[in-house]
Design a protein around this ligand. Sequence first.
Ligand SMILES: [Zn+2]
Length: 187
Amino acid sequence: MPDVLPLARTNAEARLFVSLQPCPACGESRCTFRSAVVTVDGVLASRYSGDCPTCAQHREYEFRLPEKILPPPAESVRFGEDDPSELLDPGVWLWYSDIAVGQVPVDRTGLDDRALRAARHAVATAIAAVDEVSKFLPPGTDRIPSSAFTSADGRAVYAREPGRFTRARLDAVRASYQANLTRWNNS
Ligand SMILES: [Zn+2]
């Protein structure tokens, strides 16, 4: 029996996941992937494939498609519905949220429409990534259990600042990003 493919809830989630995987042959992080819908053992799947720009290694990832395809929202970012990610753990999601918010300019003077759109998109991405972290909070608990951190990168983020993974902190971060987005939307 083949292993069950991991679920990618959205195209955005699959794209993010493959972008974070280094080339297994040489460690190069850049790669341009193209995607296609394929059938793997009778199951509809999405396949991301590309060739490493450094060592030409062919790279391929396959994901299970969700039962219901979630369309990308027009003005925001969404990586999935309420179920937690099967591809990335909460430590990686919080790290990615930090990366996204780090791309938001501090000062908006002199920015053209394109730059403003990019800034809004970066904040929306940060919010969506924080939401992904919060999906790992078990109902009725105030913090994410350490067992939820399943990757080396995610565990490192958790080990550095475990206090960031409480419900109160995550809610506060989300609220501040949401206020940030509202300011960008009004500019
Ligand atoms: Zn390579």
